[in-house]
Design a protein around this ligand. Structure first.
Ligand SMILES: *Cc1c(COP(=O)(O)O)cnc(C)c1O
Length: 398
C-alpha cells in the first residue's frame, strides 16, 4: 500500500496540546492578577470617606496590565468611575460594555473626536470657551446632553485653563443648555516622588488653595458633580486633597508612589514579568559577554540565556544592574540586554534547566523584585516601567 508523503502544511504534533497556537508562556509573558487589583482597590477605597468616590485610572492599557481586566477588578473593588487618556481607550471600555462614567484625561483637538465622545458617552476634559461652544453645538445637533468636565491649571502647567479663566468658563458652561458640567478638576505636580520636603509641600498646598479659590466662586452644582485633584500620591498623603473623588492609578496596581508608605500599606503588585531560560552555557574565566563585552567573566561561569529583551520592554539602560529570580534565587543579569535576549549568571543556581521560569519582576519563593528596584538603578520611574511592556508579551490573567 502506498503511503502519502507528509506535506509541510500538515500540522506538527503540538507540545502544549493547544489547538494550533503555541503556548503563550513558552518564551516570555506578563501575568496579571485581578485579585490583587481588586484588593488594592479595596485598600484605597477604605482610606476614603463614604461620600468620596474612587476613579480608577486605566489609561495606557491599564498601565500595561490590560485595561479591561483592570476596569473589571477595580469596579469590583469599589471604583465607581474610570479615567483614560485617549478617546480610543474610552471607546474600548464602552465596546466591552462598561457603563460607569468615563473621563478622558487628555485633551481632544478635533470636533470629530468630541462627536465620538458624545456618541460613546465619554466625558471630555474641556479648558476653553471654544470647546464649550463646540460641545453645545454637537449636543443640539444630536438632541442629547453632553456631559463634560473642566480642568483648571493650579500649578502643573500642562493641561487646563488658566486660573483666572475658570470662573468665566464655569459660567459659560452653566449658561448653555445642553452641556452639563460633571466635574471640575486639577492635577498635582509635586505630590509624588520620594522627596516631599518643604518645597513640595508648599507647592501642593498652593495648588490646593488655588483650587479652593475657584471652588468658592463656583455656583452650586447638582448631584453627580465632582471636584477632584488627587492622584495616588495626593490620595495617600492628605485627606484634605480628597474632595468628592480621587483619581488613582499606581496604587491600584500595587505600588506606593511614596517610599515611606511602602511598608505601612500592604499593596500587592498585580503584575509579574516572566520568561524562560532558552540555553545554558559554560564559559571559562575572562570571556566577554554580549554586545560590547561590557561584562567579562571573573570565573568559570554558567550562563543562562533568557528569552526577553528590550523589544519586550526590559530597557537596555538596565543592562548589568538588575537581578532576576530562578527557583527563588536572586541571580545577576550580566552584559548588555539585547533586543530579544539577555544573559544571566546562573553559576550558583540550583536545578537550572532549559525552560526554567525566570521571574524578572514579581515574586518567587521568599524573594521579590519590583519596579522600585529598577528605579533605584536606572532613574526610570515605576509608572514608566509598568507602561513599557510591549504587546509582544502576552498578558496571562491568573
Ligand atoms: C495618570 C493620571 C492620574 C493617576 O496618577 P497616579 O499617580 O498613577 O495615581 C490621575 N490624574 C491624571 C490627570 C492623570 O493623568
Amino acid at each position: 500500500m502506498e503511503v502519502e508523503p507528509k506535506t509541510i502544511s500538515e500540522p506538527l504534533a503540538n507540545p502544549f496540546g493547544l489547538e494550533g497556537d503555541a503556548d503563550p508562556r513558552q518564551r516570555a509573558w506578563v501575568e496579571v492578577s485581578p485579585n490583587c487589583l481588586e484588593r488594592n482597590t479595596r485598600i484605597v477605597k477604605s482610606l476614603l470617606s463614604n461620600d468620596c468616590q474612587l476613579m480608577a485610572v486605566v489609561k495606557a492599557d491599564g498601565y500595561g496590565h490590560g485595561a479591561l481586566v483592570v476596569a473589571s477588578a477595580s469596579i469590583r473593588g469599589g471604583a465607581s468611575q474610570l479615567g483614560v487618556a485617549t478617546l480610543q481607550e474610552g471607546i474600548e471600555l464602552r465596546k466591552a460594555g462598561f457603563e460607569v462614567p468615563i473621563l478622558l484625561l487628555g485633551s481632544l483637538v478635533d470636533v470629530e473626536d468630541l462627536r465620538a465622545c458624545l456618541h460613546w458617552q465619554l466625558m471630555p476634559t474641556l479648558s476653553t470657551i471654544h470647546e464649550v461652544n463646540l460641545c453645545e453645538k454637537l449636543a443640539i445637533d444630536s438632541g442629547r446632553k453632553f456631559s463634560v468636565q473642566l480642568k483648571i491649571d493650579t500649578g502643573m502647567t500642562r493641561l487646563g485653563c488658566d486660573l483666572s479663566e475658570a470662573p468665566g468658563l464655569v459660567k459659560t458652561i452653566n449658561s448653555v443648555k445642553n452641556v452639563q458640567l460633571k466635574g471640575v478638576y486639577s492635577h498635582l505636580a509635586l505630590a509624588d516622588g520620594d522627596l516631599y520636603g518643604a518645597l513640595e509641600k508648599e507647592v501642593t498646598q498652593q495648588q490646593k488653595e488655588r483650587f479652593d479659590q475657584v471652588l468658592r466662586v463656583l455656583p452650586a452644582q447638582g448631584d453627580g458633580f465632582f471636584r477632584h485633584i488627587a492622584n495616588s500620591a495626593g490620595t495617600l498623603r492628605d485627606k484634605a486633597l480628597h474632595y468628592d473623588m480621587v483619581r488613582v492609578g499606581l496604587a491600584l496596581y500595587g505600588y506606593s508612589p511614596i517610599k515611606q508608605l511602602i511598608e505601612q500599606i500592604d499593596f500587592s503588585p498585580a503584575l509579574a514579568l516572566k520568561a524562560r531560560v532558552n540555553l545554558i552555557r559554560e564559559v571559562p574565566k575572562g570571556v566577554g559577554v554580549s554586545y560590547g563585552h561590557r561584562f567579562i567573566t571573573k570565573r568559570k561561569t554558567r550562563l543562562a540565556v533568557v528569552g526577553i529583551g528590550y523589544a519586550d520592554g526590559v530597557v537596555r539602560s538596565l543592562s548589568g544592574s538588575i537581578f532576576v529570580l530562578i527557583n527563588g534565587q536572586l541571580l545577576p543579569q550580566i552584559g548588555a540586554i539585547t533586543m530579544d535576549q539577555m544573559v544571566v549568571d546562573a553559576t550558583d543556581c540550583q536545578d537550572l534547566a532549559i525552560g526554567s521560569v525566570v521571574t524578572i519582576l514579581g515574586k518567587d519563593g521568599d524573594q521579590s523584585i519590583g519596579p522600585k528596584d529598577w528605579s533605584e538603578v536606572s532613574g526610570l520611574i515605576p509608572w514608566e516601567i509598568l507602561c513599557s511592556f510591549k504587546h509582544r508579551l502576552p498578558r496571562i490573567v491568573i
